[in-house]
Design a protein around this ligand. Structure first.
Ligand code: ZN
Ligand code: ZN
Length: 698
């Protein structure tokens, strides 16, 4: 610890006035003259030469410069400190403050102990300094000892000391003790209150912040801008829009809108309360925005599922040259995952690598989830393997990602590896595991895992787990068994379960149980067009056209409109949107030419348009052209023209892929030698060399 710093000889690099230059209190002068280490050295040497160094006041000023004002390490300050024969409490205080300021709180506490051992009496300034160090280190035991000492030394009623005491306890997670100190205080100033607010904020007791603020208002106590920032944060987290708006009005009335920290807190509050447009209005009015403001706004959009706006804003942030932080990146990645915006998400990954940022569990898991949802399973696994720390959520995201991308067996391998590594799976992990069994067609394994879940892991199956079992059985063609399973399961089946069964009925052409499934769905919830279309497609697949049309008729009678199909494709970071029979897209003519060319080529390779489903959809004569203008075909044709040969084409679709598009895409992947990844409403289809990862089951 004893660092000896060589005292430089006087080179008089700066003009130092004659000996008489130092007045009784030379502080201002020393501080003014010591702006660099070199200048400090000069003064130091001068003081020694003129014996002024022996004056405690003078040496303290020098110490203050070295410890607190110069951005250097504490070594030099320590060398001065060591030269003082018997340092008094002000000298110790400066050193303790310096160590805490320069991120060596441990040394600060050690020095305080030394001070105590040397019987130097601490004063009112000593305690706040060393308590701050305890706060930084979350050193509760030391903090408590110092608290006892404060009482012994008679500083127990000292407001400033108590404020730091509150801060220390709160920072160590002892909000209750902090509150006791707060309650015992007879005189509180606004900083006392703010320390208490900060304490509750630190441990996420948002309701307590709000309650305490109401008390503050009741007592008619003056609060300041620091208070408002804490309370606004709490309003956002506890969705207390009413109080948040009250504060907004207060800020407006007092003309505090110019304070960027306050406005950022307002933006954050509105965004977290789901009032994204109100947040945006404030955000747009801000003269300058830091990363916190951008992040608040972007995560607001992302949480409101307004993903395109989230990404647009993120591109704006990039243009404004503001570096994203972890919160921004997690929000951006989750929006990219929803939209299938691979390029933008990749940029975030690249940024993390370039900056050598720590791949935290939160960030890493968000990145994995994003890659898996964009169909890049390998990248997802890579990120997983690079993550230094993984938790159950990371494993679960990996397993689910593999399962939904049709890699059921690989997902199970990771599940067993997870067990080997003694990571306890949770209920969500089992949803992933069971859907992996379903995708891989592993009926027996699925049954066993379903039993093992409650028997070995104590997880009671939820409706989602039953749904997975129905999917496993239905997918394997065990429709009757799946139906019996639903009828005997101990929880009330919901519409999703029946819909799962209905989808299996479509693949395995089971009319009776399909009819029953739709009947159940209709009773349970307002149906959507997809349900009717599935049943009518079941009829169509067994050539019962009358029934098929009748189901469509029923759907129309009930006023249920078909959700228009929409496909997204991202090229060079821009997302293009296609609707069936789209002619709004700016490159319309080019796309229609492309699609005609594409259809011609796949037809000569053996593709036959399946108009059975289209026949039901279209009332116009030209059924074939209608089915060839489904949104995903338009998007694929666009992708073929706009991306370099061999590049993977990635499409995100809002509905289930229809049989005809599925067939066509298989042939496209072969004829054009392209991998095509289509994410539809429920799963991924990886088309490659004429076949699909879903094995034609979806
Ligand atoms: Zn289609
Ligand atoms: Zn498929």
């Amino acid at each position: 610890m004893a660092v000896t710093h060589p005292i430089l000889p006087v080179k008089a690099p700066i003009a130092i006035p004659s000996t008489s230059f130092l007045p009784e209190n030379p502080k201002t002068l020393i501080l003014k003259k010591c702006k660099t280490l070199k200048e400090l050295n000069g003064i130091h040497a001068h003081l020694i030469k003129t014996c002024l160094f022996l004056k405690p006041k003078v040496v303290e000023n020098l110490l203050e410069s070295a410890a607190l004002l110069l951005p250097t390490s504490m070594d030099y300050a320590l060398s001065i400190f060591r030269q003082i024969g018997e340092p008094d409490s002000p000298a110790y205080n400066i050193m303790i403050r310096g160590f805490t300021l320069k991120k060596s709180p441990h040394e600060a506490i050690l020095l305080f102990k030394q001070m105590h051992e040397n019987s130097v009496q601490p004063d009112e300034f000593t305690f706040p300094c060393v308590l701050k160090a305890c706060s930084r280190l979350q050193a509760l035991t030391e903090g408590e000892q110092i608290h006892a000492l404060i009482m012994k030394c008679g500083f127990g009623s000292h407001g400033f000391v108590k404020n730091t005491l509150i801060h220390m306890y709160a920072n160590c997670g002892e909000a209750d003790v902090a509150r006791r100190v707060f309650d015992e205080m007879s005189e509180r100033d606004v900083r006392t209150w703010n320390s208490m607010f900060a304490g509750y904020t630190k441990i996420g007791c948002w309701e307590e912040v709000v309650k305490l603020f109401h008390e503050m208002l009741r007592l008619d106590f003056r609060f300041d801008e620091v208070t408002l920032v804490s309370v606004l944060t709490a309003c956002g987290r506890s969705a207390d829009l009413e109080l948040g708006e009250w504060i907004n009005r207060y800020i407006e009335e007092k003309g505090l809108k110019g304070n960027p920290t306050l406005t950022t807190a307002l933006v954050d509050m509105y965004a977290k309360c789901g009032q994204v447009d109100a947040a945006r209005q404030l955000f747009d009015q801000m003269a300058q925005r830091d990363v916190v403001a951008w992040s608040a706004m972007i995560s607001g959009y992302s949480q409101a599922s307004r993903c395109r706006e989230a990404l647009d804003l993120f591109h704006g942030m990039q243009k404004a040259n503001v570096d994203p932080n972890e919160i921004t990146m997690v929000s951006v990645l989750s929006s990219c995952a929803v939209l299938g915006a691979l390029e933008t998400g990749k940029w975030v990954h690249f940024f993390i690598k370039k900056r050598r940022m720590k791949l935290t569990v939160t960030l890493g898991t968000a990145l994995m989830d994003f890659y898996a949802k964009c169909g890049s399973v390998e990248s997802s696994i890579e990120v997983f393997e690079e993550m230094p720390v993984k938790n159950v959520l990371s494993w679960t995201v990996l397993i689910q990602g593999l399962a939904s991308n049709g890699r059921g067996k690989r997902a199970l391998e990771f599940f067993y590896l997870m067990l080997e590594k003694n990571v306890e799976p949770n209920d969500v992990t089992f949803i992933g595991v069971l859907s992996a069994c379903s995708h891989a067609g592993l009926v027996e394994e699925g049954r066993n895992l379903f039993v093992s879940m409650s028997r070995d892991f104590g997880i009671e199956p939820r409706i989602e787990h039953y749904g997975c079992m129905v999917d496993i059985l239905g997918r394997a063609g065990l429709i009757e068994e799946a139906y019996q399973f639903i009828k005997t399961m101990p929880v009330q089946p919901n519409a999703i379960i029946w819909r799962t069964l209905l989808a299996s009925c479509k693949v395995h052409k089971n009319v009776e149980i399909g009819e029953e499934a739709l009947k159940q769905i209709v009773m349970l919830e307002p149906t959507h067009s997809g349900d009717y279309i599935l049943l009518s497609n079941i009829y169509a697949s067994v050539c019962r056209w009358e029934d098929a049309l009748q189901v469509r008729g029923r759907m129309k009678e009930k006023g249920i409109k078909k959700t228009p199909g929409c496909s997204l494709i991202e090229l060079d970071g821009v997302i293009h949107e296609f609707f069936a029979e789209d002619n709004v897209h700016s490159e319309s003519e080019e796309i229609y030419n492309a699609i005609e060319d594409m259809m011609k080529q796949i037809k000569s390779a053996g593709y036959v348009p399946n108009t059975a489903e289209a026949r039901l959809d279209a009332e116009e004569d030209d059924k074939e052209s209608s089915v060839s203008h489904h949104s995903e075909k338009l998007a694929i044709a666009f992708g073929l023209v706009k991306s370099p040969p061999g590049a993977t084409i990635r499409i995100t679709k809002n509905l289930r892929v229809c049989t005809d598009c599925h067939n066509a895409t298989k042939v496209v992947s072969k004829v054009f030698n392209r991998e095509i990844v289509v994410r539809d409403r429920t799963r991924f289809h990886h088309f490659k060399e004429g076949s699909c990862s879903c094995n034609d089951y979806w």
